[in-house]
Design a protein around this ligand. Structure first.
Ligand code: C5P
Length: 406
């Protein structure tokens, strides 16, 4: 199942340079299986053509209030009823003002008045226009009425100025849309998550590392935010963007990871160890680059701390989840690991040349807990992460933890 399966999103585009980014937004929404109906104001059509959006959304773009052809297909009241969410992106200062005052002088503003669906705005305008007391007052009033304000971001603007008023990037808007529809089962919960490899230095230029890409951990962080959790992602060196809404702490070595986990873990309800932590580190890190003037050299390795086992052994541990990557007898070894490390849940997968695993985009997992197990079949890591978060949430509430409503 994809994250927005069947959801009906009415995307209102108003006049602003950020309108060009809505092509990507429509693509992302469609990729997540949402149905997208674009409604443009007249000014918006100056910035991006209806044909582009029609092609990407697969639906006739609606523009005019009095359009006999449009009315023949679906009337404006039906359109207002059709939407599960109205997202105005970009929302210009003018449109926000019209929305505040309940004007109905074009199709989009009329739909906003006529709908019972939630409305979200992604403001985009020059920073002075955003900071103007009139716009600020409008934004405040809209929020008080339950209209969501997603953004704006601060940064460089198309007009050459720098400041608040940039539209959120399409990926961040998608994350907001998904969150809007998610169950928010982990709202108010804090999760600390480790991801990626660690690098254990041999000398200033060399290290012992591994092939972990961090993809599974980052997908989990994303899925946890979607479920409403506050997420602290302690990550080894990977080349992945930070999922929106995640607090990321970058580390290199297992010792740094251990220290950062110790600093964050007290406040967390759930700890997930997804990192491929190096089991050993060089006992001594040479202060200068080691020269190749000998045929053989010896490297003495010392055991690294087991971060997951340490967290699970705390007096009042959070709900702990570990991973087990095995090349054979996956379930058996993973069950041993679960008992040995005394963790609440282990997600195990087969790794090796032919399987999914470290550097792949897809994976399959066997998830084990005391008295139960579930197979999560081969799927893209983003979707697999969502299934795993659902399972973690179920077990978290089923075990010693009170439900979020109690
Ligand atoms: O023992 P093994 O390395 O197979 O265990 C894997 C699990 O333990 C993963 O969840 C991994 O993140 C965690 N781990 C850890 N610290 C280590 C080694 C593994 O947290 N030093």
């Amino acid at each position: 199942m994809l994250e927005l399966d069947g959801k009906q999103i009415l995307l209102g585009i108003t006049g602003g340079i950020a309108a060009y980014k809505t092509a990507e937004l429509v693509r992302l929404l469609r990729k997540s299986n949402a149905q997208v109906q674009v409604v443009m104001t007249r000014a918006a059509t100056e910035f991006i053509t209806p044909l582009t959006l029609q092609t990407l959304s697969g639906r006739t773009v609606r523009q005019d209030f009095f359009d006999p052809n449009d009315e023949a297909s679906i009337g404006h009241i039906d359109l207002a009823r059709w939407a599960d969410l109205i997202l105005i992106a970009p929302a210009s200062a003018d449109f926000m003002a019209r929305l505040t005052h309940g004007l109905a002088n074009d199709l989009l503003s009329t739909l906003c008045l006529a709908t019972t669906a939630p409305i979200a705005t992604a403001p985009a305008m020059n920073q002075q226009m955003w900071l103007n007391p009139a716009t600020q007052a409008n934004a405040k009033l809209l929020q008080e009425r339950g209209i969501k304000l997603w953004g704006p971001d601060a940064g460089e603007q198309a007009c050459g100025e720098t400041g608040p008023g940039r539209m959120l990037e399409p990926s961040a808007l998608l994350a907001h849309v998904v969150k809007q529809f998610s169950s928010q089962a982990l709202a108010g919960r804090c999760v600390v998550l480790t991801a990626g490899p660690t690098q254990e230095p041999i000398d200033p230029v060399r290290f012992i590392g591994n092939r972990s890409s961090g993809k599974m951990g980052f997908a989990l962080a994303h899925a946890l935010v979607e479920a409403g959790a506050k997420v602290y992602l302690i990550s080894g060196p990977v080349s992945l963007p930070t999922p929106p809404g995640v607090v990321r702490i970058n580390i290199n070595t297992a010792a740094e990871m251990q220290q950062n986990v110790a600093e964050q873990v007290d406040k967390c309800d759930i700890f997930i160890a997804c990192a491929a932590v190096a089991d050993y580190r060089p006992e001594i890190t040479a202060s200068q680059k080691i020269k190749k003037n000998q045929d053989q050299i010896e490297l003495i390795l010392t055991r690294n701390p087991d971060i997951l086992a340490e967290v699970a052994a705390r007096a009042a541990p959070p709900f702990t989840v570990g991973f087990a990557a095995e090349t054979e007898r996956v379930t058996e070894y993973a069950e041993e690991k679960r008992k040995l490390k005394r963790v609440d849940m282990v997600a195990a997968n087969l790794v090796g040349a032919k399987q999914g695993g470290f550097e792949k985009d897809e994976n399959a997992l066997t998830v084990l807990w005391e008295g139960g197990s579930k197979n999560l079949p081969m799927a893209k890591k983003e979707n697999l992460a969502r299934s795993l978060v659902t399972l973690i949430t179920e077990r978290y509430y089923a075990e010693k933890h009170p439900t979020k409503d109690s």
